[in-house]
Design a protein around this ligand. Structure first.
Ligand code: ADP
Length: 491
C-alpha cells in the first residue's frame, strides 16, 4: 500500500529531457538531479514519445531541432496526452520565430542554447510552480465538488446573469427537479419557487457594502401524497476582487421536522391551557361564594386567607390566558381576521383606558399622534394586545411621579409607534432576552411586580405576524423606549 503524500507536500518532480546533444542531456541531468528531481533523458523524438506514452512527466525539456520527429511534434503529442505537463522548448538557433511558434502551440516557456545552470534551474522551477498550482486548483475543485455533492443541505451557485454554475443532488431533490443537466441553464428554467428566485435577484442586487444573506422560509408542496416540506433558504452574493457581485450561493435547509415539533408544542400548550382554565374558574367562583358569605359566616382571618388564595388563582389564570394567546398566535390562528384599523383611534382608546392606572402612581401619560395617519390593514384585537402590553409594562416598571409618552408617526413605508417611559430601565445584558417566553428581569425593583414574562413574546409574535418590527432602547435608571414599526402595506 502506498502512503499518500501529506497535504501541500508534493511528490518528487519527474522531468524528461529530449535532446540529441549528449552534452546538453548530461548537463541537464546533473543540474536538475542536484535539485532533488527525478530526471530521465531521450536522445531523439521517437524515444521521447515512447517514454511520454508510458509515463507522466511534470516538466519536459525538448529541443526543437531533433533528428526524425521534430520538437513541435513532441510538443503536440504532450499537449494531447498530458495537458497538465509543462513543456520547455530548447532552441538551438535562438530564433525568435521558432520560440514564438512553440509558445503558440502550447509550450510553457523556452530557453535558448547555450544556457547556464542557473537559467535552467530558474525556468524549470518556474514551470514546476505552475504545474503545482494547476494541480492544487484541480485537487481543491474536486475535493469541494465531492464535499458539496455529499451535503444533505441543498447548495446551488449561479453566475451574475442567473445561470446555474453548480447545484448538488440535494438541492435538485428539494426543489423537485428531475429534468436533465442543469449546469448552464437559467434559474427561471429550473426553479419554480418564486421566493428562491426573488432572493437570488435581491442577492445579486446587494450593494458591495452590504454583507449578510437573505433568509426566507419556503414551502414546497409534497409530491404523490407525501407531506409538504418547509425549507429555510439563505441566499448570499459572492464577490470578486473589486467587490463586484459575481454570482450567488443559495443553501436550502430542511426545517420540516422542527416546524412540526413547534406546532405540536403549541397544540399541547393550547390543549393544557384550555383544560386548566375551566377548573380554575370554577375554583374562583366557589371561593367567591365563600367570601361573599353565601356558604355561612367567615371570620376576617379566613377572609384574608381566601382573598390571597383568589389572587394567586387569578395570577395563574392570567398566565394560562397568555399561554393560550401565544399558542394561538404561533399556530397562525390569530392574525387572520384583518380589517382597516384606525391606529390613532385605537391608541387614544388605550390611552384613555390606562390613564387611571397611571394616575394611581401619579404617572403622567402623554399622547402625541401625527396628523392624518392612514388606516392599517391589521387584526384589531392583536393591536390592542400589543399596545396594552407596552403601556401596562411602562406603568408597571416605572416609579411614582414618572412620565410615559406614546407617539405615532410615519417613517418611510412604516407607521412608527413608540412607547417611552422614564422608569427603571433594563440592563443591556437583558435587552435581547426580554422578548423570550417567560423571561423576567429579577432585580430589586421588579422582584415584587407581578408578571408572567409572556407579554413581550406575545407582542413580538404579533408584530412579526404582521410583517413589522419591534426594537427596544433602554438606560437603567433613566427609562425605556419600545419602537414598533408596522408596514403601511400589509400583504
Ligand atoms: P412581564 O411584564 O409579565 O414580566 P413581559 O414579557 O411583558 O413580561 O416583560 C418581560 C420583562 O421585561 C419584564 O419582566 C421586565 O423585567 C422587562 N420590561 C418590560 N417592559 C419594561 C419597561 N417598560 N421598563 C423596564 N423593564 C421592562
Amino acid at each position: 500500500m502506498t502512503t499518500p503524500a501529506p497535504a501541500n507536500c508534493y511528490p518528487t518532480p519527474e522531468i524528461l529531457v529530449i535532446d540529441d546533444e549528449s552534452r546538453i542531456r548530461d548537463a541537464c541531468r546533473i543540474v536538475l538531479k542536484e535539485k532533488g528531481y527525478d530526471v530521465e533523458v531521450a536522445p531523439d523524438g521517437d524515444q521521447g514519445l515512447r517514454m511520454i506514452e508510458e509515463k507522466h512527466f511534470d516538466v519536459i525539456l525538448v529541443d526543437l531541432m531533433l533528428p526524425s520527429i521534430s520538437g513541435f511534434d513532441v510538443l503536440q503529442a504532450v499537449r494531447s496526452h498530458h495537458p497538465d505537463t509543462a513543456v520547455i522548448v530548447i532552441t538551438g538557433y535562438a530564433t525568435l520565430e521558432h520560440s514564438i511558434e512553440a509558445m503558440k502551440k502550447g509550450a510553457f516557456d523556452f530557453i535558448p542554447k547555450p544556457f547556464t545552470p542557473d537559467q535552467l534551474r530558474t525556468v524549470v522551477d518556474k514551470s514546476l510552480r505552475y504545474t503545482r498550482a494547476l494541480q492544487d486548483i484541480s485537487e481543491s475543485k474536486s475535493r469541494l465538488g465531492v464535499m458539496v455533492n455529499r451535503l444533505t443541505n441543498g447548495v446551488m451557485t449561479t453566475d451574475s446573469v442567473k445561470r446555474i454554475v453548480q447545484a448538488n443532488p440535494a438541492f435538485l431533490h428539494m426543489i423537485g427537479y428531475h429534468g436533465e443537466e442543469v449546469i448552464g441553464k437559467g434559474v427561471d428554467e429550473v426553479i419554480n419557487n418564486d421566493e428562491i428566485k426573488e432572493s437570488i435577484e435581491n442577492a445579486l442586487n446587494m450593494s458591495p457594502e452590504t454583507t449578510g444573506e437573505i433568509i426566507s422560509e419556503i414551502t414546497v408542496p409534497g409530491m404523490k401524497g407525501s407531506v409538504e416540506k418547509i425549507y429555510s433558504a439563505s441566499c448570499a452574493p459572492f464577490r470578486g476582487r473589486t467587490s463586484e457581485n459575481l454570482g450567488t450561493i443559495t443553501v436550502l435547509h430542511d426545517i420540516t421536522a422542527l416546524k412540526q415539533m413547534d406546532q405540536m408544542k403549541s397544540d399541547f400548550v393550547s390543549m393544557v391551557s384550555h383544560e386548566v382554565r375551566s377548573p380554575m374558574n370554577s375554583l374562583l367562583m366557589q371561593l367567591k361564594i365563600i367570601l361573599d358569605g353565601l356558604a355561612g359566616d367567615v371570620t376576617d382571618k379566613q377572609k384574608e386567607i381566601l382573598q390571597r388564595a383568589s389572587e394567586k388563582i387569578l395570577n395563574l389564570n392570567n398566565l394560562v390566558s397568555e399561554l393560550l394567546d401565544l399558542s394561538k398566535i404561533e399556530s397562525g390562528l390569530i392574525a387572520h381576521e384583518k380589517e382597516q384599523v384606525d391606529i390613532s383611534k385605537l391608541l387614544t382608546e388605550q390611552y384613555t383606558f390606562h390613564s387611571p392606572y397611571a394616575a394611581e402612581k401619579n404617572i403622567d401619560i402623554h399622547l402625541d399622534l401625527a396628523e392624518d395617519l392612514p388606516l392599517l390593514f391589521v387584526n384589531r384585537w392583536n393591536m390592542e394586545e400589543v399596545f396594552a402590553n407596552l403601556i401596562t409594562n411602562a406603568i408597571k416598571y416605572s416609579p411614582e411621579d414618572s412620565s410615559i409618552a406614546v407617539t405615532a408617526s410615519l417613517e418611510n413605508d412604516y407607521m412608527k409607534v413608540e412607547v417611552s417611559d422614564t422608569g427603571f430601565g433594563i440592563d443591556e445584558e437583558y435587552l435581547e432576552q426580554i422578548f423570550t417566553r417567560f423571561f423576567r428581569v429579577k432585580d430589586e425593583k421588579s422582584r415584587t411586580i407581578q408578571g408572567t414574562g409572556l407579554g413581550l413574546s406575545i407582542v413580538k409574535s404579533i408584530i412579526e405576524s404582521h410583517h413589522g418590527k419591534i426594537s427596544v432602547k433602554s438606560t437603567p435608571g433613566k427609562g425605556t423606549t419600545f419602537t414598533v414599526l408596522l408596514p403601511l402595506q400589509q400583504n
